[in-house]
Design a protein around this ligand. Structure first.
Ligand SMILES: [Fe+2]
Ligand SMILES: [Fe+2]
Length: 225
């Protein structure tokens, strides 16, 4: 069945059908930073085959309708629950995987073509951890307070404090692009060692999680304020 017109924005698509995220990630359709593009525009942007991709998306939606798994439509949930989810799922994951990537980067001898990757990633580490810390210690408690006490004064405070994470999310986009450029879209060099394969797998997992994480913050949580 055709559920899509092509004119829905990627953001609308993900909010309405959250279970299409894996497929969008696979096709590199950027619902996080280019969420205002329509599906048709976004597919044109990656020079993709509209019929093939929309068939796959429709199939994923059909499968969902038939199997009816539990899915949470986050835009209908309270602010506190969304924050709990972001902290327990995404923040926890980022902290764990950053440690794992750091250990790999400190032990692997990187092939010359990606020699700069180690230094580049390690220089980001502190920045990412500070970003998480600011959200956990400053922004999220304030948003929780606002959800209990919706005054215009608190709202204004939230909007002001949200400016920094918002602009850091934009920077994250550039960083992911740089990593993809350095690694040729995470294509492994010939004869890569198992450790290097593991490193690329973890970078890929971090990238995919970052897309969902920032989508949850920018497109769902921050829009509730
Ligand atoms: Fe976050
Ligand atoms: Fe964030």
């Amino acid at each position: 069945m055709n559920h899509l017109s092509g004119n829905e924005t990627l953001r609308e698509l993900v909010i309405r059908y959250p279970y299409t995220i894996d497929l969008l990630n696979r096709y590199r359709l950027d619902y996080t930073f280019k969420g205002s593009e329509t599906l048709a525009e976004a597919i044109r942007g990656i020079a993709g085959d509209y019929d093939k991709i929309s068939d796959d998306l429709n199939m994923a939606i059909d499968e969902f309708i038939i199997s009816k798994p539990d899915v949470i439509y986050w835009e209908n949930e309270p602010i506190g629950k969304i924050i709990d989810h972001i902290e327990s799922k995404h923040h926890r994951f980022v902290k764990e995987i950053i440690d794992e990537i750091t250990i790999l980067l400190e032990t692997i001898i990187l092939p010359t073509e990606i020699r700069d990757l180690g230094g580049f990633f390690l220089s980001l580490k502190e920045k990412i951890l500070n970003h998480l810390k600011q959200e956990e210690r400053e922004l999220f408690p304030l948003l929780r307070e606002y959800s209990e006490n919706r005054t215009s004064e608190l709202r204004q405070k939230c909007l002001t404090i949200m400016e920094r994470p918002r602009s850091e999310h934009d920077e994250a986009k550039t960083v992911l692009e740089q990593i993809n450029k350095m690694t040729n879209d995470l294509s492994l060099p010939d004869n890569s060692s198992p450790a290097l394969c593991d490193l690329y797998k973890k970078l890929d997992a971090l990238e995919k999680d970052t897309f969902i994480h920032i989508h949850m913050e920018n497109s769902i949580l921050f829009k509730m304020i």
